[in-house]
Write a protein that binds this ligand. Structure first.
Ligand code: HEM
Ligand SMILES: CC(C)=CCC/C(C)=C/CC/C(C)=C/COP(=O)(O)OP(=O)(O)O
Length: 293
């Protein structure tokens, strides 16, 4: 996506700092974590303030990432139109925005949800905004595998918002997003390799080449399918979920294998887009099945 900011209103420029589309899926997964945590329905207070708190903190993390990566973003075609590299929003404004938005999110979580959720969300914020962005991303091609742990936290945050605990079921949902992240990101990195090379970032296709990356995508997609069967195996979800998980997984695997055997940028791009649809549909299936069985 070309995130050009020219002609946008001030509000939408600040909004774009918070990566609203990525954050929407993050919040979607967190909310489903809330519903899965209880046989009934979460309280309205947890639903409203939990969702708001997680969304604001995630948006703030994205803004900090935009701030810390403004020079790298300026070198990549996909990101050079963002508000900071294009000079529409200043670093100081971004710091203020991130502080106010993230601070409000954490305060809401602490006072209207529970301190555990606030601390877990704060840890996730630090994990993405600082550990991934500053340290892992420029250091190793495993950056997004390790850093994916932050992106995988939303259902855990949702679960802890409702119960104040994080049992094995919540970590299983974490594991699903964790295994999904490499095929999600590496599909994009395959057709954006030149961008990452130019910016000097050691993404897997840059350091290990296209073939190795495509094999890794197949491997992680297989692992993802195994992990998505687990909610059925442990009795957390029923047969309707299993059918959806295997159907979606089958399509993902077909895409991954075709990416390996018949590579094209267009196929990589459409597989990246599919990965987003996949995660949304899988979590929707977890939710619907939860109330069916
Ligand atoms: C380390 C983990 C992750 C990495 C490295 C990563 C990387 C990316 C990149 C580079 C893009 C393209 C963004 C753009 O063009 O502006 C993207 C898009 C996206 N990602 Fe991820 N992602 C990660 C985790 C996640 C997670 C956890 C979710 C949601 C649960 C997610 C959801 C999305 C969505 C919805 C988009 C599409 C955004 C749009 O259309 O503007 N990603 N991701
Ligand atoms: C508090 C909380 C719930 C935080 C969630 C963490 C979070 C926002 C994870 C999203 C991951 C993400 C947008 C990765 C983009 O990778 P990138 O930053 O390498 O992509 P870019 O090249 O587009 O900047």
């Amino acid at each position: 996506m070309n995130t050009s900011v020219v002609g946008k209103s001030a509000v939408s420029q600040f909004l774009s700092l918070a990566k609203p589309r990525v954050v929407s899926l993050i919040v979607f997964c967190a909310v489903i974590g809330m519903f899965l945590a209880t046989p009934g329905v979460p309280s309205l207070q947890v639903l409203v303030f939990g969702t708001l708190g997680i969304a604001l903190t995630a948006g703030s993390a994205a803004a900090v990432n935009c701030l810390l990566e403004r020079h790298i973003d300026a070198q990549m075609a996909r990101t050079r139109g963002r508000p900071l590299p294009s000079g529409v929003i200043s670093s100081r404004q971004t710091v203020t925005f991130a502080f106010l938005v993230g601070g409000s999110g954490l305060v809401l979580l602490h006072y209207f949800v529970n301190p555990l959720t606030m601390w877990l969300t704060f840890g996730t914020f630090v994990g993405y905004a600082f550990i991934y962005t500053l340290w892992l991303k420029p250091a190793t091609p495993q950056n997004i595998v390790i850093g994916g742990a932050s992106g995988a936290m939303p259902p855990v945050l949702g679960w802890s918002a409702v119960t104040g605990t994080v049992p094995a079921e919540a970590w299983l949902l974490f594991l699903i997003i964790f295994m999904w992240t490499p095929p999600h990101f590496w599909s994009l990195a395959l057709y954006r390799t030149k961008d990452y090379e130019r910016a000097g970032l050691p993404m897997l296709p840059v350091t290990h080449g296209s073939l190795y990356t495509r094999r890794s995508i197949v491997a992680y997609t297989l692992a993802l399918i195994v992990v998505t069967v687990m909610p059925y195996v442990i009795g957390m979800n029923g047969l309707p979920y299993l059918v959806c998980a295997l159907g979606l997984g089958g399509v993902f695997l077909y895409r991954a294998v075709k990416l390996l055997t018949h590579y094209s940028d267009a196929w990589a791009r459409s597989t990246f887009k599919f990965s987003i649809l996949y995660l949304a549909a899988l979590f929707a299936a977890l939710l619907v099945d939860h109330y069916l069985v």
